[in-house]
Design a protein around this ligand. Structure first.
Ligand code: PMP
Length: 392
């Protein structure tokens, strides 16, 4: 049994049971539990009331390319990017909402693939790449696109689509497009983790096609809301068409909730004399939470001599006006010495993680989620400490 808590009838998870030393703990998925205490405190402020006759239509704003997007969500997303300064989402850009950025990734592949080519376009990403891209590209065995592997090794003289994840999942580094070949490349920038709690915001990105997800911005993964910021109206139109064909839009209950929560975050930063208690401000709270986890993890890993962790360069964050390190959502751990398979080693400690192979690299690496509840995270540290002691 995986003891990460259990789902209640209302869909929430009760993470309050401390995992017992004999149970498996799941740090394979990046289910964002880490910010729950913050949102518990903000419960009332974030409440949305939806009446029986509300939100019945398929349509939202037929004057917009993305006709199923609620205007209040579009305005909230634009406001959030203005407050954080991480991406340019002004009136010259088109925003497309999706059921998570997972749906938008597929919509982007559809929109960027040539419709008249006899062969599928290659989709590449530099390893280690987010493990789901390959499966999402391959699942339909599409005639439009196919998986082309590691972007650094791509040398075909054919058109391609490169996915750039910045900061990267699994390893947390900031990345740019790397495919270097004769063929013409289009780029999807997946900026799921380009928020101040994970990494210093060093510039306002203005790429052709940028994907964001509410799942990692605030931790509300269950609302399943993502958005794309797109320069070219034709690309935005095709992405909207894809979502029309796959789900005729995106739940308006979710859109309303997300607009409300974004409003709560932005209000707290923009209110005159805004709170002096940094823990009241979401990005301050969430950054502190992740920093503390990284400090604890590094202390345990340094002592263990079993694993190594990457060091991240410090950078000036234009949002916080401070220089700081990155605190990625995942630890990208490399086994030391004779341990060849990091995932299996941790499985023996009853810790489920995702091995390097899924990310296109060696099994010496594994990705460990740092987004779990406190209890699960602390139990993970205990297990590594105990393993260290047992080897001594
Ligand atoms: N891109 C990256 C890099 C991710 O890590 C994730 C979630 N793990 C997604 C996309 C998908 O997010 P969503 O919940 O919005 O579908």
């Amino acid at each position: 049994k995986i003891n990460n808590g259990f789902p209640c009838s209302n869909g929430t998870i009760k993470p309050l049971i401390t995992p017992s030393p004999s149970s498996f703990i799941n740090l394979d998925q990046g289910d964002p539990e880490v910010f729950r205490a913050y949102w518990r405190k903000k419960s009332e402020e974030c409440t949305v009331v939806i009446n029986g006759e509300d939100l019945m239509s398929y349509l939202s704003d037929t004057s917009n390319v993305c006709w199923f997007m609620l205007p209040e969500l579009r305005e909230a997303i634009q406001r959030l990017h203005r407050v954080v300064g991480n991406a340019s989402a002004g009136i010259d850009k088109h925003i497309v909402v999706g059921t998570g950025s997972t749906q938008l990734f597929q919509a982007a592949l559809f929109a960027l693939s040539p419709s008249d080519s006899p062969i599928p376009i290659n989709v590449v990403a530099a390893s280690p790449y987010y493990s789901e891209y390959k499966d999402e590209v391959e699942i339909l065995r599409s005639g439009l696109y196919r998986w082309g592997g590691d972007a650094r090794e791509y040398d075909k003289n054919e058109e391609y689509i490169e996915v750039v994840t910045a900061p990267n999942n699994p390893c947390g580094s900031i990345r740019r497009a790397v495919a270097n070949c004769e063929g013409e490349g289009k780029v999807i920038h997946d900026l799921a983790y380009y928020w101040p709690q994970y990494t210093p915001v060093t510039q306002q990105y203005d790429h052709d096609l940028m994907l964001f997800t509410f799942s990692k911005c605030t931790g509300h993964a269950g609302s399943r809301i993502g958005w794309a910021i797109v320069k070219d109206i034709e690309v935005a139109r095709k992405m909207t068409r894809f979502i029309h064909m796959s789900s005729i839009g995106v739940s308006k209950e979710s859109q309303t909730r997300v607009a409300k929560i974004i409003g709560v975050i932005c209000d707290s930063y923009q209110e005159i004399g805004s709170s002096l208690d940094p823990d009241e401000l979401f990005f301050e709270y969430s950054r502190r939470k992740l920093r503390e986890r990284w400090e604890k993890l590094r202390a345990v890993v340094d002592k263990s001599n079993l694993f190594s962790l990457a060091k991240y360069p410090k950078a000036y964050c234009t949002f916080t006006n401070h220089t700081s390190e990155s605190y990625p959502a995942f630890a990208w751990m490399k086994c030391k010495g004779s341990i060849e398979d990091c995932e299996s080693y941790l499985r023996n400690l009853k810790v489920l993680v995702r091995g390097g192979k899924r990310f296109g690299v060696d099994q010496k690496y594994a990705r460990v989620s740092l987004l779990s509840s406190d209890d699960v995270f602390n139990e993970f540290l205990t297990r590594i400490s105990n393993a260290t002691r047992n080897r001594e």
